[in-house]
Ligand binder design. Structure first.
Ligand code: CP3
Length: 343
């Protein structure tokens, strides 16, 4: 498929560029007044995700405002556990909650694998609608959570600081954890392949909690399961892997078949580039820099772009999702700095 603006795919396939492509993790979200207005109309975040017309509308909002080089499907990584019957809800300021967390091998054995064309049909419908509306202007990113990240939400019953329940299960009953991860590996692979069939051009795995594990557990329980997912994906689209807290495992992450790696804000970008001179990298401005002022944003963004040197296998982005209440004038400064940059 060819696009009016193909910078994003050019960076992923190592072709010459005028400047780095740009998008922002969580680019559709609460920092945008137009997002808050649509969410109000939807009644809740989950309704927004489950109504393809509204999910499409908010996907396109940041594109219209900032001219990003890629769109990302508006959805959530927790759609899979929701479809598995865990009873997902979001309460303002509290984050995600599951009414039925998973704690025992018995509960794990009872989990079904969602059919993407049934329980997750609304996601595929949103993808088709967004692709139609984008009309080949820019590529669309589909995504899923990594099996380990989904498992930790399902076991904790929501977000966590210390991951006591999920790590205790992993250490005391590794076979039970592997059983859960096997099911999630299958669910995530089916889900991403269905997104690819519905039309997404790139897929991204969000391993938001990989960094909570010691190295050997990360390798056995997160890295290995992400490799299994990637091995099962249709080979037609590039894959981006983002492990938050994965800066010390860049070489491991580079060996699981991903096209590009997301770099978090804690990792030095010049160091990441020196480790992986031939890999496409994405990131990594600290999202809290966007709470300063346009001059600081501009200087910090230029430093990020310069850390890259002349390597054009690079996608400008934040080093984690943009935060609610981020001042729009600072987002403008970030976007303008990247858009005016020339290799
Ligand atoms: O990037 C995008 O614009 C696409 C949409 C997207 C959302 N969530 C929308 C969302 C994506 C890619 C995600 C992924 C996601 N969801 C991750 C991985 C990325 C990361 O940040 O590490 C995780 C861990 C989740 C789980 C989740 N969903 C959390 C922790 C929260 C925030 C809870 C809170 O209240 O702070 C959500 C909710 C969520 N997902 C919102 C959005 C826009 C906010 C919901 C609202 O409008 O209140």
């Amino acid at each position: 498929m060819s696009f009016t603006n193909d910078r994003f795919l050019r960076a992923l396939t190592n072709q010459p560029l005028d400047r780095p492509p740009l998008w922002m993790m969580r680019q559709a979200g609460r920092y945008l007044p137009e997002y808050l207005a649509t969410r109000e109309r939807a009644g809740s975040f989950l309704n927004l995700c489950k109504t393809p017309e509204l999910a499409c509308e908010v996907t396109l909002q940041p594109i219209a405002r900032f001219g990003f080089d890629a769109a990302i499907l508006f959805s959530d990584i927790l759609t899979i556990p929701d479809a598995m019957g865990l009873g997902l809800s979001f309460n303002e300021g509290e984050g995600p909650r599951f009414a039925n967390p998973i704690r025992t091998l018995d509960a794990i054995e009872q989990l079904g694998i969602p059919d993407p064309q049934q329980e997750l049909r609304y996601v595929m419908d949103a993808v088709k609608l967004i692709k139609h509306e984008l009309a080949a202007s820019i590529p669309l990113i589909g995504f899923a959570g990594s099996p380990w990240t989904l498992a930790s939400y399902m076991i904790e019953g929501g977000g966590s600081k210390d991951f006591i329940n999920s790590k205790a299960l992993l250490y005391a009953q590794p076979e039970a954890m592997h059983r859960l991860l096997d099911k999630l590996t299958q669910a995530v692979s089916l889900y991403l392949n269905a997104q690819i069939d519905a039309g997404v051009d790139v897929v991204m795995l969000f391993d938001s909690w990989g960094g909570m594990l010691p190295t050997n557990s990360f390798q056995a329980f997160s890295l290995a399961t992400m490799k299994k997912v990637i091995d099962q994906l249709k080979p037609t689209v590039p894959v981006i892997v983002f492990t938050k807290g994965g800066g010390m495992w860049l070489n491991d992450l580079n060996n699981i078949g991903a096209t590009a790696l997301g770099i978090d804000w804690q990792t030095d970008l010049a160091y990441a580039r020196a480790c992986l001179p031939n890999t496409c990298l994405q990131g990594n401005l600290d999202p809290t820099v966007l709470f300063t002022n346009p001059r600081v944003v501009r200087d910090t963004t230029l430093a990020m772009l310069q850390a890259q040197g002349a390597n054009q296998q690079y996608i400008a982005n934040l080093g984690h999702g943009i935060l609610p209440k981020t001042p729009l004038k600072n987002v403008d400064a970030f976007v303008q700095t990247v858009q005016e940059f020339r290799y």
